[in-house]
Design a protein around this ligand. Sequence first.
Ligand SMILES: Nc1nc2c(ncn2[C@@H]2O[C@H](COP(=O)(O)OP(=O)(O)OP(=O)(O)O)[C@@H](O)[C@H]2O)c(=O)[nH]1
Ligand SMILES: [Mg+2]
Length: 377
Amino acid sequence: MSFETQNAMPNAVLVGFTIRNKRDERNALDDPLEELRLLVDSMVVGIAGEVFQRNMTIEGRTLISAHLLELAKNEVARTGAGLLCVDDTLSGSQRANIEDYVGCEVLDRTEVILQIFALRAQTSEGILQVELAQLTYLLPRLKGRGGQELSALGGGIGTRGPGETKLETDRRVIRKRISNLSKKIEQLGQRREVQRRKRRQSGVPLIALVGYTNAGKSTLLNTLSGPGKPEAYTDDRLFATLDPLTRKAYAAPLEREVLITDTVGFIDRLPTELVAAFRATLEEAIFADLLVIVVDGSDHDWLRKLEVVERTLSDIGAGGIPKMTVFSKSDLYPDPSEEPGEIVISGGDLMNGLRLSAVTGDGIDSFWEDVCQALKA
Ligand SMILES: Nc1nc2c(ncn2[C@@H]2O[C@H](COP(=O)(O)OP(=O)(O)OP(=O)(O)O)[C@@H](O)[C@H]2O)c(=O)[nH]1
Ligand SMILES: [Mg+2]
C-alpha cells in the first residue's frame, strides 16, 4: 500500500513564527516555513495556505499571538482547509484554545513528525517505538483533547475505574500501555545487544551513517554496499528511513568487509522524550566504531542542520565516537567554487569534508580511503 492511500487527511494551513528578542537562526532564512512545508508534504497532506509572523510576542493561552491567530483563522476560512499545522510545540490546552478559535483540527510540529513516523514504520520494533513516542507525547497533553485520540489508538482501551474521571482513566490506561511498550522494546533491545556482542567478537568494524533527514544516507548506503542487493528505501521526503538497516560492504583499502548501518534522520527541535523513545534505533549509532556524518552539500541551510546533528549526537551519548563529515550530492552543487569542503564556520574553524555523490559515484574511492584512515587511527 502506498503512503498516499493510507492517509486521508484534509489540506492544511501552515503557521510559523519567530519570537521577539530570541536568537533564532530561522530569522536569517529567506523561507522559514520551508521545513514545515516539507514535513507536511511528507505526511502526504496538501498545503492550502501559509501564515508567518516574525518577532512575535508569545501569548500564553495559545502560544501564537492574537494577530497570527487571526491570520490563521482567515486563511483557514479562505481556503476551506481542515487542518492547521503549527511549527512549534503546543501544550494540550494551547492546542485546544487554537482549535476552538480557528474551528479546525490543530497539529503541532512534533505531532506532524510523529504522524510521518507512523506512516513509515515497517518493522515490529519500529511500530512499537512510534506508538511509545506518540503516547509519551500525548500523556501530558491529554487535557483539552476531546478524547478522540484514544479511539484513534485502536481497541484495548480499558473501562473507567470507580470514581475516576474520563481524563484519569485515559491517563491510567496510557501509562500502562507505555510501560508495556517499554518492556517489549527493551526485550528487543536485549536481542540486539547479543547480536552486537557477536559482531564485536568477530572484529568486523561497524560504520554508522548519521545526519539530518534527507541528507542522502540511504542512497549512500546503497552505493557503498554495491549492486545486486535489495535496496534501502530512499525518497525525497523527510524521514524516509525509520528502521535502521545494516549492510556488508567491501572496504578495498583495508582488504576486508565492514558493516555499514543507516539510521533514522535527525531534525531540529525534536523533543528529547521522543529521541529517548527511538533509543533502540539510535543505539546502532551509539555503538558504531565510526560515525560518518552525511551533510547535504547542495542544501543552502547545511550548516544549521550540521549543528543540529552534532547537538543530537552528543544528546544521545554518541559525542565521543570517532567521526568524519562528508558532503553528499556533489553532482548538484551549482558552482564548483561554492562547493562546501573547506568552509570557515562561525567559530573560525575550517570545515574539511570530502565531497561525494552517491548517484555518480564521484568521491566514493576517496571515501573508502578516509574511512580506512579513520578506522586505523
Ligand atoms: N542528485 C543526487 N541526489 C541524491 C544523492 N543522494 C541522495 N539523493 C536524493 O536525495 C533524496 C534523499 O535521499 P535519501 O537517501 O532518502 O536520504 P536520507 O538521508 O536517507 O533521508 P531520511 O531517511 O529521510 O533521513 C532522494 O531523493 C535521493 O534520490 C546524490 O548524491 N545526488
Ligand atoms: Mg534514509
